[in-house]
Design a protein around this ligand. Structure first.
Ligand code: PEP
Ligand code: MN
Length: 370
C-alpha cells in the first residue's frame, strides 16, 4: 500500500462534519421515496395493480414508461413495512430508494431522456426545438411578421410575452389578453406552437386557454403555488432558472410541477447573476451536461437573456447546441431598435436566419435534428 493511501485510511474523521452549505436539503426521514422497477415482461394489469397498491398505502404513484420497462415512483409518508410489501407484488423486479432530493425529476427514476412534444415542437431525445419570437407581443403586424419569419427559418414554436414581468412598474407591462389573442391568430396562420409567460396563479386558466407552452419566468421560479397551478394543467411548461437559484433549487421547482402529474417540463438556463458586468447575466453552459446527468428532463438555453447583447447571441446559441442543449429560446424582432422590451438582445430576421444556419451545422455534426 502506498504511503498516501495508508495515511488517508488511518485518519480519524470527526464525528460530525460541519455542513458547509446552509441551504443543503436534508434527507427527510419521514419521506418514503422509492422506485418500483417492474420486470421487463410485466403486464398492464400487473402495473395497474401495483399503482393501486401504492395508492392503498397512501402514497402518490408516478408511473413512468421507459423503452424497456415501466417504473413506478412511489412517494409519500413513511411506514416501516411498505417497502417489503411492495417488493413482493406481481411483476415487481425490485424496489429501490430514490436518493436525490428531487424524485420524479431524477435520472434515477427514468434513464431515458424525456421528449416534450407540442404540435411540431419537439424538445429532447435527439431533437432540438427552436422557440423564437419577440420579447413582448406589441401589435398584430409585429407578431404576425415574426411568426412567418421564424417559421420560414425553421422554428417550430413562437415565443412572445403578453404578461410581462418588468423590473420597473413604469415599463411596458404587455398587451395581456389582447396579446394572447394575437398569439392565437399567429398560430392559426402558421401552425407554430405558442410559448408565453404566465405570471400569477389566478391567470393560469386564461393563459392556458391560448398557450401551448406555459412559461414560468425566472422571477417566479420559486413561486410554489404558481408551479402547482401549472402542474395541474395539461400544458407543457418551460421553467426558467431564477438568476440566483442553484441547480438543486431549479430541479426541486420542477418537482413541484411533476408532483402535480404534469410530465411535460422543460428546464431553461437563462443566465445567472455574478460579479461580471460585460453581459446582462452570466450564461453557464455547463448547466446542460450537468442537468442531463441529474435529470431526464430536456434542457433549453436562452442566449438572449443569458447575454443581453444581440452580437453575442448567435455564437452562444451554437455553443449551447454543442453543449447538448435540447432547445433554444431566442428573442427575434422585425425592428429591434423599436422594440418595447429587450430590443438590445433581440435578433432581426436575417440575424435569426444566420443563427439557425450556424446551429444547424453544429446539430448535424452531433447527429441531431434541428
Ligand atoms: C422573457 O422571456 O422575456 C423573460 C422575461 O425571461 P426571464 O424570465 O428569463 O427573465
Ligand atoms: Mn425578454
Amino acid at each position: 500500500m502506498n504511503a498516501v493511501v495508508a495515511r488517508t485510511r488511518n485518519r480519524t474523521l470527526p464525528e460530525q462534519l460541519p455542513d458547509l452549505n446552509p441551504y443543503h436539503i436534508p434527507s427527510l426521514p419521514e419521506l418514503f421515496s422509492m422506485i418500483i422497477v417492474m420486470e421487463q415482461g410485466a403486464t398492464p394489469e400487473q402495473i395497474k395493480h401495483m399503482i393501486e397498491r401504492v395508492e392503498a398505502f397512501g402514497l402518490k404513484a408516478h408511473p413512468i414508461q421507459g423503452t424497456e420497462r415501466t417504473v413506478i415512483a412511489a412517494i409519500g409518508e413513511k411506514r416501516s413495512e411498505t417497502k417489503e410489501a411492495l417488493a413482493s407484488g406481481p411483476g415487481v423486479e425490485s424496489v429501490m430508494p430514490i436518493l436525490a432530493p428531487y424524485k420524479v425529476a431524477s435520472r434515477e427514476v427514468k434513464k431515458e431522456p424525456t421528449q416534450v412534444v407540442v404540435r411540431d415542437l419537439k424538445v429532447g431525445a435527439g431533437s432540438i426545438g427552436i422557440m423564437a419570437g419577440p420579447c413582448s407581443v406589441e401589435s398584430k403586424d409585429q407578431i404576425l411578421a415574426c411568426a412567418h419569419a421564424v417559421k420560414k427559418a425553421g422554428a417550430t414554436a413562437l415565443r412572445g410575452g403578453a404578461f410581462k414581468p418588468r423590473t420597473s412598474p413604469y415599463a411596458f407591462q404587455g398587451m395581456k389578453e389582447e396579446g394572447l389573442k394575437l398569439l392565437a391568430l399567429a398560430r392559426e396562420q402558421t401552425g407554430l406552437a405558442i410559448v408565453t409567460e404566465v405570471m400569477s396563479t389566478e391567470e393560469v386558466p386564461l393563459v392556458a386557454a391560448y398557450a401551448d407552452v406555459l412559461q414560468v419566468g425566472a422571477r417566479n421560479m420559486q413561486n410554489y403555488r404558481l408551479l402547482e397551478a401549472v402542474g395541474k394543467t395539461d400544458r407543457a411548461v418551460l421553467l426558467k432558472r431564477g438568476p440566483s437559484a442553484t441547480m438543486e433549487e431549479l430541479l426541486l421547482a420542477a418537482e413541484y410541477i411533476l408532483n402535480e402529474g404534469n410530465p411535460n417540463v422543460m428546464l431553461c438556463e437563462r443566465g445567472i447573476r455574478t460579479f461580471e458586468a460585460h453581459t446582462r447575466f452570466t450564461l453557464p453552459l455547463a448547466s446542460v451536461p450537468y442537468l442531463h446527468h441529474k435529470t431526464h428532463l430536456p434542457v433549453v438555453i436562452d442566449p438572449s437573456h443569458g447575454t443581453g447583447h444581440t452580437y453575442l447571441v448567435p455564437d452562444m446559441a451554437a455553443a449551447a447546441v454543442a453543449a447538448g442543449a435540447d432547445g433554444l429560446i431566442l428573442e427575434v424582432h422585425p425592428d429591434p431598435e423599436k422594440a418595447l422590451s429587450d430590443g438590445y438582445q433581440s435578433l432581426n430576421f436575417p440575424q435569426f436566419e444566420e443563427t439557425m444556419t450556424k446551429c444547424r451545422a453544429v446539430a448535424t455534426a452531433l447527429g441531431k435534428k434541428l
